[in-house]
Design a protein around this ligand. Structure first.
Ligand code: GLY
Length: 539
């Protein structure tokens, strides 16, 4: 067994022959490996990692949230997509955040009205029942142990606690878990005990959907939210269902690239890849200004087209058209025209979590899961240890109004009862000649789209290994603001060249986090992103 948890290099990697787990948390990655070593497959391990991350990275994800799972299944040679994104409560409406005729965005970010119906447990159960070999209670064991016996607070989580301390200190649930007896926030390395969360996961037993969505736990969640002025009801919980969706696909330079369809933003990643065309990268270097200028323009166009994305049950998203050769050619041409959006400050958030698993049988899973921004709605139901998401902020609070990530609200993504909010989460699996050769996914709001894109381009087109692909300095452009965010690790001569080309450049310390694994027969290489920390473990 190889276990590698690096703390000082820009990215950290592991190599192995048979199986691998890469996650934004070394303890969660080890939970996945433990399940693989006990004979579980990649989906069993993925459920274990999800639950463990919900304990150790509870600022980013957990059973109060939801996610997307992309699965390559070796037996059928097919890719499957599972959407367990949260849904708006049935009492939600397009005008629910309008007060005195004006949008009150903060209500969608913090507090009871920010909370959408969680999908995490329903999704994990659906994946396990379709592809897993183990009982829910078995794969939940590592997470229960971590929550009950305690785990060291990671530097990343310590930062989450410190950034939100003033707000979460007001909440009795958070106070009991993340603050010491004197009321000071816990620091990196301090042991965190989350006994109520351990008990909650244990109570899910082997029938987590019945136990979470239909019985006492559902009643406790609904009663707590009602008491605090929320909308979510037992009926909303009981009617939640995950959706198996056909992944979307693009042939890119000899690779078959698969990702999640809407309400994911996987299509935006594919559209930007598609706009590169067959020979547009010849002779350019990975950090070269001509390449980056092209990437910036294509990112901008991809985000402009993202305005058409939303929950496909409510809006017809023209995904086949957006990925058609005719549109890709037209979009590439449009990308050469500048589009000036309103100037806004950069959004910076490290919520959401991603991981990837490859098992001995060659099955591949990538999961991105979230409670949205750090600690979601900043509410924990203390008796359950359940942190509530603020996924309602991923909807348009009102057309034209930016959300926490400064993404401008579109009409397509307006709120409706039962609707899923548009997400930036974009898990991706690439095949060559029918075999999976690469998997990637990321966290960090809209920088997921551009981060997964760049790591994929670096791996597939520039032939960099996962460690180097993940470590390369990244850029981000999301159409509005009309500004290129560039990591400060980018060579100065490159940044200067972009400025000379007329781009408004804003240097930022880091842009999201991406995990990747390259897959060759008997040779797996995985890298987690040192920007957020994590673990890569193999067998
Ligand atoms: N909540 C972040 C996302 O889904 O994009």
């Amino acid at each position: 067994m190889i276990v590698l948890v690096a703390v000082s290099s820009p990215a950290a990697a592991a190599e192995s022959h048979h199986a691998m787990v890469v996650a934004e948390g070394d303890l969660a990655a080890k939970a996945g490996l433990e399940i693989l070593e006990r004979g579980g497959n990649a989906v069993d391990a993925a459920v274990a990692v999800s639950l463990a991350l919900g304990v150790t990275n509870s600022g980013s994800c957990g059973i109060g949230g939801g996610g997307f799972m992309l699965i390559y299944w070796a037996k059928t040679g097919r890719v499957y997509g599972l959407d367990y994104r949260e849904r708006a409560p049935s009492a939600a409406s397009a005008t629910m955040y309008i007060r005195d005729g004006k949008p009150a965005e903060e209500l969608a970010r913090t507090g009871p009205l920010a909370v959408a119906v969680p999908g995490e447990i329903a999704g994990l159960d659906a994946a396990l029942r379709r592809f897993g070999t183990m009982r829910f209670g078995q794969v939940a064991a590592p997470a229960i142990k971590l929550a009950r016996d305690g785990f060291p607070l990671s530097p990343h989580m310590a930062r989450d606690v410190s950034l939100t301390a003033t707000t979460i200190a007001q909440d009795p649930g958070f106070r009991a878990v993340f603050f010491d007896a004197a009321g000071s926030p816990l620091k990196a390395g301090d042991t965190v005990y989350d006994h109520n969360l351990a008990t909650l996961i244990e109570r899910l037993g082997d029938d987590p959907v019945k136990n979470f969505y239909h019985r006492e736990i559902a009643a406790e969640i609904a009663a707590y939210l009602k008491d605090h002025g929320g909308l979510l009801t037992v009926h909303d919980l009981a009617s939640y269902a995950p959706v198996w969706r056909d992944p979307i696909h693009l042939e890119h330079h000899g690779y078959d690239v698969y990702t999640m369809p809407p309400p994911s933003s996987g299509g935006v990643v594919l559209e930007i890849l598609g706009m590169f065309g067959p020979s547009h990268m010849e002779g350019v270097g990975v950090d070269s200004p001509p390449y980056l200028a092209q990437l910036i323009e294509l990112m901008r166009q991809g985000f402009i087209d993202r305005d058409q994305y939303a929950d496909p049950a409510y809006v017809t998203v023209p995904i086949a058209y957006l990925l058609s050769p005719a549109h890709l050619a037209e979009a590439r041409a449009n990308a050469l025209h500048r589009h000036n959006g309103p100037a806004l400050a950069a959004a910076h958030d490290h919520g959401t979590s991603n991981f990837a698993v490859v098992d001995q049988a060659g099955n591949v899973v990538d999961v991105t899961t979230t409670i949205n921004t750090i600690f979601g709605a900043k509410m924990m139901i203390p008796s359950l240890g359940l942190i509530l998401n603020n996924e309602m902020d991923d909807f348009s609070v009102a057309p034209g109004v930016p959300n926490a990530f400064k993404l401008i609200g579109s009409k397509a993504n307006e709120i409706a009862p039962g609707k899923r909010p548009l997400s930036s989460m974009s898990p991706l699996i690439a095949l060559r000649k029918g075999r999976p050769i690469f998997v990637a996914g990321g966290s960090g709001g809209p920088t997921i789209i551009t981060g997964v894109l760049q790591v994929t381009l670096d791996s597939l087109d520039f032939d960099l290994d996962p460690e180097r692909s993940v470590a390369e300095p990244r850029i981000h452009h999301q159409a509005a603001p009309d500004m290129v965010f560039v990591e400060s690790s980018m060579p100065t001569r490159t940044t200067d060249a972009l400025r000379r080309m007329g781009y408004k450049v804003k240097l930022v310390p880091e842009l999201g986090a991406v995990n990747a694994i390259s897959i060759a027969p008997g040779e797996l290489r995985g890298a987690f992103d040192q920007r957020k920390g994590g673990g890569a473990v193999g067998d």
